[in-house]
Design a protein around this ligand. Structure first.
Ligand SMILES: Cc1cc2nc3c(=O)[nH]c(=O)nc-3n(C[C@H](O)[C@H](O)[C@H](O)COP(=O)(O)O)c2cc1C
Length: 456
């Protein structure tokens, strides 16, 4: 052995400056965000409220892959062979079911949470591509009705803005039991956003924080819900499809009970789903990721002989055509998007970085939607900020984005040999993690192993 290969003798500890002995280590439990939240709570005595959905990493569609066709499956040629994307919603009982060109809908977001121009832009964008948009807590605005070819009217626990005439003006009615971001919780709209118009529509005083109910005052369970659904059908002459929206918590039973109560369509919203505002502790700790909720809901529909007869719309963190295709392959009939639609309109645009910085945040992380100071003019009631959003241009951006989602979904469906996106099936999928395999009930990649039991 040559001298140069001898191990270097360790330097005596006493020769090292004290600061050089260790590099600072953050705790996984008390990470910088947790520490700053404890410090913020200690300084202010108030809990954090924000918009958006869960930010921590959760099992999601990214944990699934499509297998695609090869010798044992035959793919379809992109430019020559058709792959349908249309969908009919609500044919179970409604005399006028909804026909959409693409299985991607715009989720309910309230006027109040969103500005008038933002609501108009959602209607415009959805109409260009032949899909529906949805009202929200706070009622129907004339701009939204006027620019939405197909508009779903939400009937919420708060009953803010609830108007029987608007029920008749809608194309479908969505009874909201809960949201994925806050199953079991009610809405929040802080005083900053209760403008004179919002106050008038909700029959509330201006400028005072509003908390809406977490449950409907008219029923306590599925039997009363059945009566309410019949009442709504009578008011609308049995024309309009009735949707029931639930936050994902016990999807097998909730879907079965919604069907038993007479729903035409079930809307299932997972915990990544956005909200306009609620407590951070709620957003991050209550509910199920949508990946874990779809199969139990589909199972409930299958057990009742209602799969594809009562349609299932799922939402919560849908971003790409791959997400849409995966949701459909797991058995959903359509998806709904909220956050991604707002981003398409111009939310969190890096060109507004200087203004986000003034609000103490950055483009891509801005979620203080409840404060009403959105520089993009979307989640605000400030007339000057709201006027920044051009509803025509923003509507076109949304339409472009929705077209891309539909094209991406078709691309994947064709690669799996399907002539309609609804022919995608669990057999087309594998999972990258044991958790995702158990939740989505598809095999772990490279195996034929589906972990977990078949019961719910
Ligand atoms: C700004 C905003 C406002 C919302 N307002 C309502 C509402 O009034 N009623 C409701 O049922 N859901 C509301 N939601 C939830 C959406 O309908 C939908 O469930 C959710 O956004 C879907 O998840 P995604 O945002 O990840 O696409 C809102 C969501 C956002 C982002």
């Amino acid at each position: 052995m040559t001298a140069s290969l001898k191990p270097m003798p360790a330097a005596p500890l006493s020769d090292m400056p004290a600061t050089a002995q260790t590099t600072p280590r953050f705790s996984a439990t008390f990470d910088p965000h947790t520490i700053s939240e404890i410090q913020r709570a200690a300084a202010t005595g108030i809990y954090d409220i924000r918009g958006g959905g869960a930010k921590r990493k959760l099992p999601h569609f990214d944990d699934l892959l499509f297998l695609g066709a090869s010798i044992s499956r035959y793919p379809l040629e992109g430019y020559r062979e058709k792959c349908g994307t249309d969908i009919v919603l609500g044919a179970r009982f409604a005399r006028k079911p909804i026909h959409l060109k693409i299985p991607i809908t715009i989720a309910g977001m309230s006027f109040g949470a969103l500005s008038g121009p933002a609501k108009e832009a959602l209607g415009r964008g959805a109409t260009i591509v032949g899909t529906s948009t949805t009202t929200g807590d706070g009622g129907m605005t004339p701009e939204e009705r006027g620019h939405s070819q197909t508009l779903v009217y939400q009937y919420l626990p708060s009953r803010y803005g609830m108007n029987p005439d608007d029920l008749r003006k809608a194309d479908a009615i969505e009874i909201v039991i809960g949201q994925g971001a806050k199953p079991g919780g009610g809405g929040m709209l802080l005083g900053q956003k209760i403008s004179p118009r919002v106050a008038r529509m909700r029959n509330l005083p201006e400028g005072i924080d509003q908390r809406s109910a977490c449950r409907h005052p008219d029923w306590t369970g599925p039997d009363d819900l059945e009566i309410k659904i019949e009442e709504l059908r009578e008011i609308t002459d049995w024309e309009k499809p009735i949707y029931v929206k639930v936050g994902a918590s016990r999807p097998y039973y909730d879907t079965a009970l919604a069907v038993k109560s007479g729903a035409d369509v079930v809307v299932l919203d997972g915990m990544q789903g956005g909200t306009a505002a609620t407590q951070e502790v709620f957003i991050e700790n209550v509910g199920l990721p949508i990946l874990a909720a779809i199969r139990p809901a589909v199972q409930a529909l299958q057990d009742l002989g209602m799969h594809r007869k009562v349609q299932l719309i799922v939402s919560g963190g849908i971003r790409t055509g791959a997400d849409v295709a995966k949701a459909l392959a797991l058995g959903a009939d359509a998806v709904a998007i909220g956050t991604a639609a707002l981003i398409a309109l111009g939310d969190n645009d890096p060109r507004l970085e200087a203004e986000y910085a003034k609000l103490g945040t950055t483009a891509g992380a801005y979620d203080d939607w409840h404060e009403g100071r959105d520089p993009a003019g979307i989640t605000t009631q400030d007339p000057e900020l709201a006027a920044r959003l051009d509803p025509v241009k923003a509507g076109r951006r949304l339409a472009n984005y929705l077209s891309v989602l539909a094209l991406e979904t078709q691309t994947i469906a064709r690669a799996c040999g399907k002539s309609h996106v609804h022919n995608l099936e669990p057999e087309d999928l594998v999972a990258l993690t044991v958790e995702a395999a158990a939740m989505a009930r598809v095999p772990l990649a490279g195996t034929n192993w589906i972990p977990g039991s078949a019961g719910f």
